[in-house]
Design a protein around this ligand. Structure first.
Ligand code: HEC
Ligand code: HEC
Length: 390
C-alpha cells in the first residue's frame, strides 16, 4: 500500500477491528469484526468504483460504513448477533454420536454396499482399501493398514513410534462412534452431509472390515450387514490404548497418577527428540501379526534433497518415491540398495530376468512395486538400484 502523504491525510481510516471474540459477553462492545472506512464522500475513494486507490476492493456501504462483512441490523450490543437457530437447524448440526450410542440413528448397510460407495466416493482420496493417498498438495489420511497390524500399538500421542504402526482407524481410534459421526458430518470432503444414515452404516462396515475388525467375534465379510444393535457391540482394538483412562469415577485419580510420573511427558524439560528416558510407561495393545504387508503408497522419508548440480541418475527419483519403501529397509526381505551380495546373486540369472521378475512381481515384490510405472521407467529404477549396489 503506497498512498501519498497527501492522500493519506484526506482519507481517514479507522480500523475498528474487534478481533477479540471473547467468550463472555461483558468484554464485547463491538459485535463483529468490521473494517470501517469513514469519510466515504472522499472523491478518491468513491463507493461506486470496484477498486480502491490501492487496488483493493471497495466494499458496499451500509449504515454509513464500508464493510467487508454484511452488517447485522440487529441490536449491536453484546453478542446478540444473528438470530436464534430454528429447531431444525439445531437438529442438522446435532449429529454427534456418543460412545454409549446416544445420537446413533437407526439404519443399516452391508460391507458390500460400503465397498461400492467407497470406490465411488472415497477411494480417489483415501486410496484403495483405505491405503491412503497423495494429492498434488496434500496427503490424504490412511484409513486402514489392512490385515496388518501391530505387535505394538502404543498411545502414539506420547510415544510416537516411527517404526510402529500408522495411526489408522483399526490401530488407533478408541471408539467406533467417532467414525460414524465423522463420516456423516464431514465426508466426503467435497460434499459433507451428503450421505444418508444407511450409507454411513455401509461405509463404517466397510472400513471396519478393511481394518480387520470383528464384531462379537464375527468377521465382516461382504454380506455382513451392520445395524444399530451390532454397532453398539463394536469394540475397537485400541479402546484401552488411550491413557490415562479419564472416564468413570476414577478418571481424576488416574490423570493425577499419570501426570505424577515424569516418564509420561518427558521429565519436565522441553524436548523434541528421544524425550522419554528408558522404557516408557505406556500401555500397549497386542494384536497378532498376520500377513503384514505395508501399503505401498506410504513413504515415510522425505526424498533426499538434490543439492549439487552433478548429474543425477535418471532412476533415482523413481526409486526414492516408489521403491525405497521396501528396498531401503531390510524389513521386507527386498534386496537393499548397497547390498552387493544380494544384487550380485539376483544378477546371476541375467539382467533381463531381473527386469522381468520386477515387472511381473515375485514373492513379496508386487508387480512393478505396486506402481503403474512404464516398463522403461521401472527399468531405470532397477538400474539405479543395481548401479548403487556394485
Ligand atoms: C477430496 C478428498 C476426500 C474424499 C473424496 C473423501 N475424503 Fe475423507 N478425508 C479427506 C481429508 C483431507 C481428511 C482429513 C481432514 C482433516 O483432518 O481435517 C479426511 C479424513 C477422513 C477420515 C478421518 C481420518 C483420520 O484418521 O483422521 C475418515 C474416517 C474419512 N475421511 C472417511 C471418508 C469417507 C468414508 C469418504 C467417502 C464417503 C471420504 N472420506 C471421502 C479427504 C477426502
Ligand atoms: C512392497 C515392497 C516393495 C516395493 C514397493 C518394491 N519392491 Fe522390489 N522387491 C521387493 C521384495 C520383497 C523383493 C524380493 C523378492 C524375492 O526375491 O523374494 C523385491 C525384488 C525386486 C527385484 C529383484 C527381482 C528378482 O530378480 O528377484 C527388483 C529388480 C525390484 N524388486 C525392483 C523394484 C523396483 C524398481 C521398485 C520400484 C519401482 C520396487 N522393486 C518396489 C519388495 C518391493
Amino acid at each position: 500500500m503506497f498512498i501519498s502523504e497527501n492522500r493519506r491525510k484526506t482519507i481517514s481510516i479507522a480500523l475498528v477491528a474487534s478481533v477479540m471474540l471473547f467468550t463472555t459477553a461483558s468484554f464485547a462492545k463491538e459485535y463483529i469484526a468490521t473494517e470501517v472506512i469513514k469519510n466515504n464522500s472522499n472523491p478518491v475513494f468513491p463507493a461506486n468504483k470496484e477498486k480502491g486507490i490501492d487496488g483493493g476492493v471497495v466494499y458496499k456501504v451500509k449504515d454509513n460504513m464500508y464493510t467487508v462483512y454484511a452488517i447485522n441490523n440487529q441490536e449491536k450490543k453484546g453478542f446478540k448477533y444473528g438470530r436464534t437457530p430454528t429447531k431444525n437447524e439445531e437438529k442438522a448440526w446435532d449429529v454427534d454420536v456418543m460412545p454409549d450410542g446416544t445420537g446413533l440413528p437407526e439404519g443399516k448397510g452391508s460391507v458390500e454396499q460400503g465397498d461400492e460407495l467407497y470406490e465411488e466416493k472415497c477411494s480417489m482420496c483415501h486410496g484403495e482399501f483405505g491405503s491412503g493417498g497423495k494429492g498434488s498438495r496434500s496427503t490424504y489420511p490412511t484409513l486402514s493398514i489392512g490385515e496388518a497390524s501391530t505387535d505394538s500399538l502404543t498411545n502414539q500421542r506420547i510415544n510416537p513410534d516411527v517404526d510402529g504402526p500408522k495411526r489408522v482407524i483399526g490401530t488407533y481410534w478408541p471408539q467406533a462412534s467417532t467414525l460414524f459421526w465423522y463420516i456423516k458430518t464431514a465426508m466426503p470432503f467435497p460434499h459433507p452431509k451428503s450421505l444418508n444414515n444407511d450409507e454411513v452404516y455401509a461405509l463404517v462396515a466397510y472400513l471396519l472390515s478393511v481394518n480387520d475388525i470383528t464384531i462379537d467375534g464375527q468377521e465382516l465379510d461382504d454380506e455382513y450387514v451392520l445395524d444399530r444393535a451390532k454397532f453398539l457391540k463394536i469394540k475397537m482394538p485400541n479402546e484401552d490404548g488411550f491413557i490415562p483412562k479419564i472416564d468413570g469415577p476414577k478418571g481424576a485419580e488416574n490423570i493425577k497418577k499419570f501426570l505424577g510420573n515424569p516418564k509420561n511427558y518427558g521429565n519436565g524439560t522441553r524436548c523434541m527428540k528421544n524425550c522419554i528416558d528408558g522404557e516408557p510407561n505406556v500401555v500397549r495393545i497386542k494384536k497378532e501379526i498376520h500377513k503384514y504387508e505395508p501399503p505401498v503408497s506410504v513413504v515415510r522419508d522425505l526424498p533426499k534433497e538434490i543439492t549439487s548440480s552433478k548429474e543425477v541418475h535418471p532412476g533415482q527419483k523413481i526409486y526414492e518415491t516408489s521403491c525405497a519403501v521396501c528396498h531401503a529397509t531390510d524389513a521386507m526381505g527386498a534386496p537393499n540398495v548397497g547390498n552387493k551380495e544380494a544384487w550380485a546373486k539376483k544378477l546371476e540369472k541375467g539382467i533381463d530376468k531381473v527386469y522381468e521378475n520386477g515387472i511381473k512381481g515375485i514373492n513379496a515384490m508386487p508387480p512393478k512395486g505396486g506402481t503403474s510405472l512404464s516398463d522403461e521407467d521401472f527399468k531405470k529404477a532397477v538400474d539405479y538400484m543395481i548401479d548403487n549396489s556394485k
